[in-house]
Design a protein around this ligand. Structure first.
Ligand SMILES: [Zn+2]
Length: 346
């Protein structure tokens, strides 16, 4: 990655309406069998093209081949019964009917490896692949087997590591673990959450990232955000531990968030994916608004470690909105890139 300020997205992009119901999480597929496989691949190619046209440097599958960023991975594991459901509180925020852990969890087969190979074959750009983090996975289930959050997280970390190693072998450049739960369970993050994350990333030679956000732009999350006060200091609780961790990159929510930008200083030395696109509104950022967030971040991140990004996934947004936001991200990063270049004596 030689380009200064390489852009990427946090993960998901909206799916085409012929593949799944738009603007909905856990949206059921509209195709079946071979048509579904082909439809997902076509959607992936479109998502890739949208990123390329917007000037996104590190591209992804836009999560076109999965229904949900946590559930789809868990569905492929042994030990979880999706018929047996219990209502639990997710991230202390909203109730959801979730599957039950009924036995030892294990990964018997690859989950996303074929999809990653397909993406790799479509582009020469660096590719990033997102997986759920262990703590966020356990928070989306009812555990009737281990009855111990740390133990279950550790077992998931082992399964994630098997998947991650195969994704790396398939040519993935950055493997990102999504851990929105890190913004909620601070004591657990410090006790065992970061250790479980490192276990998931153990032995990887590619770049590793963790994405920590305030969630998709759905009502439960925006309601929660409105209770957090004028300064969001959640990151302060977990950054010191992450700074000394083996994880290379940290992906954060910065556009329109009330996170004091100087908290990023606590990550000094790490690469930081700075969220400069708000996914909780359909209002399109101007390139200048994107540039403004990046300039502020540059006070606390070295330019060679700053990766402009989106706050979170854009799956629930209308497609034309997501496309326009991608373009704003690409254009905003370009402004700041040019400023950095012109301020350097050549
Ligand atoms: Zn997110």
């Amino acid at each position: 990655m030689t380009e200064l300020l390489p852009t990427s997205t946090a993960g998901s992009l909206p799916k085409p309406s012929w593949l799944a119901q738009p603007e909905t999480l856990w949206s059921p597929w509209k195709l079946q069998g071979d048509e579904l496989i082909e439809g997902k691949q076509d959607a992936l190619r479109i998502a890739l093209n949208d990123q390329r046209r917007a000037g996104i440097d590190i591209v992804s599958d836009g999560e076109q081949t999965r229904q949900h960023f946590v559930t789809t991975f868990i569905e492929h594991l042994d030990g979880v019964d999706f018929e047996k459901r219990e209502t639990v509180r997710i991230r202390n925020r909203y109730d959801a009917s979730v599957p039950t852990v009924v036995g030892s969890v294990s990964r018997q087969k690859p989950v996303f490896v074929e999809d990653a190979r397909f993406l790799r074959a479509q582009t020469d750009r660096p590719i990033k692949w997102a997986l759920p983090g262990p703590m966020t996975m356990i928070d989306t289930l009812y555990d009737a087997h281990y009855k111990n959050r740390e133990k279950l997280a550790w077992e998931f970390a082992k399964a994630l590591n098997q998947e991650a190693r195969e994704l790396e072998a398939a040519g993935v450049d950055i493997i990102q673990f999504d851990e929105p739960a890190f913004n909620v369970f601070f004591d657990e993050v410090n006790d065992w959450g970061v250790a479980a994350l490192e276990r998931a990333a153990e032995g990887l030679k590619c770049q590793t990232a963790v994405h920590i956000c305030y969630g998709y732009g759905i009502k439960a999350n925006t309601d929660w955000k409105s209770t957090l006060g004028t300064e969001w200091r959640q990151y302060e609780q977990v950054f010191p531990k992450l700074r000394t961790s083996s994880i290379d990159m940290i992906s954060l929510e910065c556009q329109h968030s009330r996170v004091p930008m100087d908290l990023i200083e606590l990550l000094r030395g790490k690469k930081v994916m700075v969220g400069a696109i708000d996914v909780a509104t359909s209002t399109i950022e101007t390139p200048e608004e994107v540039a403004d967030v990046l300039r502020k971040a540059l006070r606390f991140v070295d330019a060679d470690k700053l990766y402009p990004c989106t706050n979170c996934g854009m799956a629930p947004l209308p497609r034309h909105v997501a496309q326009a936001k991608l373009a704003a991200l690409g254009a905003g990063a370009k402004i700041v890139r040019n400023e950095i270049r012109s301020s350097k004596p050549s």
